[in-house]
Design a protein around this ligand. Structure first.
Ligand code: FBP
Length: 410
């Protein structure tokens, strides 16, 4: 009996000790084990896939940020100093716009405003357009070195839709002999944002010799052919945020590092391949295209063009994304006239296609407005004027040009 009691006592004591001990130890162990495991796995995967190559790169080649790149550029060419403040303001704004665009789906309004579906588009389009414009305007103003105007939207068929604030014009205020005037499209392709498709900010910079700050003088300062631009660029908001700038005679691409929030040089001295195998246009308009352009597209997509290769069709419908892809991989991007809804194409010359064309040409590509005129030589008559455009790899544009010439000679 005694031994049974003793055995039971020892058993319960052992259970109590183990219970008392395990709950104190196990959760800690489990917790630390789990978190170590999770952290290890995540870190291991993260570092092995992403960080290690980057680390290796950092060790051999220190990353060049956009700021550092600009500082070096200004040292080389002190006359670009005024441009620096414009660029810095634009890059700051683009970082914020990037966050806005990437969070667009998370900040759904609780009550649907009346005009949420106006123009057949969603509420966030208007919201993003307005916010991006405000962000860009403030970033430019807060430098204390820029004056910003927002030309009134004139309600004609070429103006942006009424939901869009449209374009900004910013002038650097330094009292030098001349100053820079930039034309900026805060958010191109905002109609795509609800579907998480890429969008972009576009800008072009001119010199103004006349010192007037009147709105009309600033507008006149940007109504110039893009060939007179001193710089241009765009920021693409996509799976990565990439800023591409043409400054001097080169084109540089910077990717926004989401960790450090810095634009880091990832595409130094960008050049467009001289030939591609992709065409990018809204083929839904093909019924109304000029016959020669239709024939060109038919020829390349069936492999009967100069390369004998069948071209693939890629069209995001967001100009910055389509042209960025064209710049990296080669090929041709077109928005031609059609005799139905787009007598002058669908892209505003001054603040959409012309700055993009400037970048493409500086990267070794070509851009046409029509058969015999580079898009860079066309003077916009009005801020919102639309113009047909064709740009991309030099050889592809040259091949297209033969068709356009055929059409114009008939
Ligand atoms: P939004 O800024 O109003 O979206 O329009 C600009 C744009 O989306 C360009 O980015 C794009 O290349 C073009 O319109 C697409 O036009 P379409 O829908 O006629 O193909």
């Amino acid at each position: 009996m005694h031994s049974t009691i003793n055995k039971c006592f020892v058993f319960f004591l052992a259970c109590w000790i183990s219970e008392a001990w395990v709950p104190q130890q196990q959760p800690q162990q489990r917790r630390s084990h789990t978190s170590t495991l999770a952290a290890d796995t995540v870190d291991a995967r993260y570092y092995s896939l992403f960080e290690t190559p980057l680390q290796t790169q950092i060790q051999t080649l220190p990353p060049v940020t956009l700021n550092r790149f600009l500082q070096a550029k200004v040292q080389e060419q002190p006359e670009l100093r005024d441009l620096e403040s414009l660029y810095l303001a634009v890059q700051m704004a683009c970082k914020t716009i990037s966050t806005l665009v990437h969070r667009a789906g998370l900040v759904t309004p609780t009550s649907t405003p009346k005009d949420s579906y106006s123009d057949g588009r969603y509420y966030s389009m208007k919201r993003l357009d307005l916010l991006s414009t405000l962000v860009l305007k403030n970033a430019l103003k807060y430098t204390g070195k820029c004056q910003v105007v927002e030309p009134a939207v004139r309600l004609d068929s070429e103006s942006p839709a009424t939901h869009q604030p449209g374009v900004l014009i910013a002038k650097s205020l330094q009292q030098e002999k001349r100053s820079f005037v930039a034309v900026l499209d805060p958010l191109d392709g905002s109609g795509n944002a609800d579907a998480s498709i890429c969008t972009g900010t576009v800008f072009g910079v001119f010199e103004q010799s006349e010192q007037s700050d009147e709105e009309e003088a600033l507008i006149q300062a940007v109504l110039q052919p893009a060939r007179r631009m001193r710089a241009a660029g765009y920021c693409l908001y996509s799976s990565a945020t990439v800023m591409v700038v043409a400054i001097g005679d080169s084109v540089q691409g910077f990717t926004l590092d989401p960790q450090t929030k810095e634009f880091v040089l990832t595409h130094p001295d960008l050049t467009i391949p001289s030939r591609g195998n992709v065409y990018s246009c809204n083929e839904g308009n093909s019924e109304g295209w000029d016959p020669a352009f239709r024939q060109y597209i038919q020829t390349i997509k069936t492999g009967r063009g100069q390369t004998g290769q069948r071209y693939a069709h890629r069209y995001v419908g967001s100009m910055v994304g389509d042209i960025h892809r064209t710049l990296l991989y080669g090929g041709i991007f077109c928005y031609p006239r059609d005799n139905q809804d787009h007598p002058n194409g669908n892209l505003q010359l001054l603040y959409k296609s012309a700055p993009m064309a400037y970048v493409v040409e500086k990267a070794g590509g070509r851009a046409l407005g029509d058969a015999d005129q580079s898009l860079l030589d066309i003077t916009p008559e009005r801020v919102h004027q639309k113009y047909p455009c064709f740009m991309g790899s030099a050889d592809d544009v040259a091949e297209l040009q033969e068709y356009l010439r055929l059409e114009s000679s008939q």
